[in-house]
Every structure is written in structure tokens, then in C-alpha cells.
Design a protein around this ligand. Sequence first.
Ligand code: UN1
Length: 514
Amino acid sequence: MTTVVTPVLPTADALRTRVRDALAAVGATVPLGAPGSEGLPASTPITGDVLFSVPQASAADADAAVAAAAEAFSTWRTTPAPVRGALVARLGQLLVEHKTALATLVTIEAGKINSEALGEVQEMIDICEFAVGLSRQLYGRTIASERPGHRLMENWHPLGVVGVITAFNFPVAVWAWNTAIALVCGDTVVWKPSELTPLTAVACQALLERACADVGAPAAVGRLVLGEREVGEKLVDDPRVALVSATGSVRMGREVGPRVAARFGRALLELGGNNAAIVTPAADLDLAVRGIVFSAAGTAGQRCTTLRRLIVHSSVADELVSRIVAAYKQLPVGDPFADRTLVGPLIHTASYRDMVLALQQATAEGGTVLGGERVDVGDEGAFYVTPAVVRMPAQSAVVHKETFAPILYVMTYETLDEAIALNNAVPQGLSSSIFTLDMREAERFLAADGSDCGIANVNIGTSGAEIGGAFGGEKETGGGRESGSDSWKAYMRRATNTVNYSTELPLAQGVHFG
Ligand code: UN1
């Protein structure tokens, strides 16, 4: 498979200059140490170089951040919600102004193509708008009481400090989903970003601090702690952290969930996906190919919503696969800043190794691999690959695991029941879709005995969800819901209030007592 490769990569020094300019543009004043000096290495998958060292938090620093956020909570929780919304509105304005700078940092640290990086910042802006509207809509219910002269109602109150743990692949949007909603809900936030993306985190934090100063909110409503695993563990185990919202691998979630539960804290888990699309004989194949290629090869296969499994009716399989392969041949792989590039680098060497191992396993299990080769960009430490299409027998082990790389396994089916069973046959349950113009097939896929995922789409791919919907999935994906719809309820506590305005004291359920 030949692939058009975009021209030479930028040098590490050119990227350093871009980082300095972007940080200056957002007003971030982090000391940037030389690579190798003490601190957290800030690297780029574009060239594989360490660009800088940035100061990292100790366990004591994390403790102090939680203490400050807990202190800020004591006043923030009684600040009227629409006033809290004004802070998020200001943050949204600053994000609009600094969209390019922030997207530059996302491209440098996460390696995603600049158009997708700009889209990620847009996702932040969108969630800020959503949260501002929400700040006037944190509705409770009134409920018909069974007793005369009584009122029964629900009040939603702020929860406390929210610990936000985010992954490298959406280094800014997932922070914004959590932070914008938590802040209007009256919570305060301590953020532990991926150690792979410290610079984008520093930039977000600078904008939040500026927004706080501009509207007169306490700066400690949002704190950032840069560091490795121990810093995240501090948030997980600290009883002052009421909610831990963690995005990452199933392995991470398996540790976080029980540890937070053991102290009766709340966890919101956003873990792995292993997303499938069903393509039926009634599909518009032109549309399907476009949706599949974006979802499977976009972001170099490094979204939790990436399309990893294609379940295609045997009558259209050969045609569909040859059209996907033809489209893949046209996908420019290379420098994510270059306008024409559609597939940027993998995040690091371990990611490339996992891809190679998965493709070896697929071959051993009877798969036929097309693509999936390393692209030589003249830089040993950078990992660029062509996306892979793998024809697989329906029963194989490799398709049950999530490999964070652009591998699309293709399986065939005969009946829709069989296709839905294959969709649901993996441990993860994040996203899914069906391509069909037959409304019976589409509705069946969306029904209670259809897709078992948190996201089920018709005639679009599995990735690229809008912020207005609730985002998350079932089974090993962790069950959490973030972003739109009524996900805000996870960031608040519900109080049920019964008010007796009568002169009697009737007991519920007709009980007589004395
Ligand atoms: C993720 O990959 O962790 O639906 C989040 C999407 C994006 C969010 C992905 N809006 O692909």
C-alpha cells in the first residue's frame, strides 16, 4: 500500500519556538527547563524529542492543591449558579481568543493534525456555552406528596472538590467537559493531566486563572497538578475529593473505581472503547466509506471512539474493503502541522510496539493485513504508520482488545442478529454505528436488544460526538457520562425535601404512632 507522505518534519527547535510563542500568547509563565533537567519531560510525538522540562508536583503539592480547592468550595458553593456561569462564559471567550495557540500546543504534544486540534478547542468552547446555559437550568423536581399540607421536592447542591484525571489523546477537551460543568454546579476542580501533555495543561490553567481574575472568582476554584501516577493516586485516595472523574485505560479504571468506592467517594469512569460499525446491504456505500475512514484512521486511531471493528454483510464486503483500501492509499501521513496531512504520528514507541504486536496476533489468528507499515520520516524517535485494514475470521481474540492505533478489523455477517451479536461481543461498550437506509435495520440497532453501547449512531461513524449529548459507555468502558444532556447530575448531590405547612403530622404509608 503506497501512501502519500507530507514533506519534512519541523525541527525540535522550531517546535520549541512554537511552544514558547503559544505559551506567551495565553499568558502562561511556566519555567521551561532544558531537556534532561529536573522535572517532567515535555515531549512531542512529531519528532520524538523532549522539548523542555517542566516543574512537577510532589505529593505535598497535590495535598495543598486539594486543600486550596476545598477551601474555595466553601464560598463557591453558595455563589449563585448564574454568577458561577459568568466565570465559564469568560473562560469560553478566552478560549475563542486563544484557539490557535491552544491548538498549536495540542498538535505539538498529542500529535493530532491541526484541524482536529482546532476542533478539540472548539469542543471546549462549545461545552463552555452549554455550561453557561446550564447555570440557569439546574432544575430539581417538585413531586406530588401523598400527605395533605405537604410539599415534596428535590434540590441539587454542589458536591465538593472534583478530581479530574485526563488522557493524552484529548488533552484539553475532556478537562473542559469536566471543569465547565463542575464550576457551574458549584464544585471546584483539581486537574491531573496526562504526563504526556503538560504544556497544554499549563496553557488551559493560565486561561482559567485569567478568567477567575477577570470576574473576581477565587483562583483556587481550579487547580492544576502536573505529575505522574502518585499525583493521580493522591486525588483517588483523598477523602476531600468528592468525585474522581477519570479518563484512560480499563487497567487504570480497574484501580481507580474500587479505591474511590472503598472510601465511599464517587467515580466517573471514561475508559476504553472497542467500537464497531455495521454496514448492511442497504447502506449508502459512499457515505459509509467516508464515515469509516474518518472514524478509523482519523487521529491516527487514537480516540477512545475510534472505529476498530467493521461488521459488514458478506454481499458488500469485498467492494467496501476495496474502497476503504483505495481511500487509505490517498491519506497523507506525516507532519500534523502540514495542511494536507490527515494522519499524524502515534504518541510514542510503546504505542507503535502495541500496534505491531496486535497485527502479528491478527495474522496468527488467520487475519490478512493490508497497510499498517511504519513510514520512514527520517526520524528514529517518531512513529508514523499507514492505517491498517485487517480481514478477520469472525471468531478471534485480537478483535476483543483495544489497541490504541489505526487498525480496522473487518468481519462479515449474514443476518442482522448475528451482526448485532458481534457488535456486543466485546468487553467494552462505548460507541457503535450502523450504516443502512433501511429504517427497520436502523431502529432494531437502536432498540433495547440492539447495540449495548453508550453511543449508537446511524449513518455516521463512531467518533466525533457533539458535546450536547451525554458521552460515555457501558461494561468495561466504566458507565460514566460526561459532557451534555443531564450528565451534570453526576457533579451534584440531590437532597429530597419534605415540607409540612399544615397543623397536623400525618405519617407516610398511613402509619399511626401514638
Ligand atoms: C476521547 O477519545 O477520549 O466523540 C474523547 C469524539 C470526541 C471525544 C473523544 N468528541 O470522538
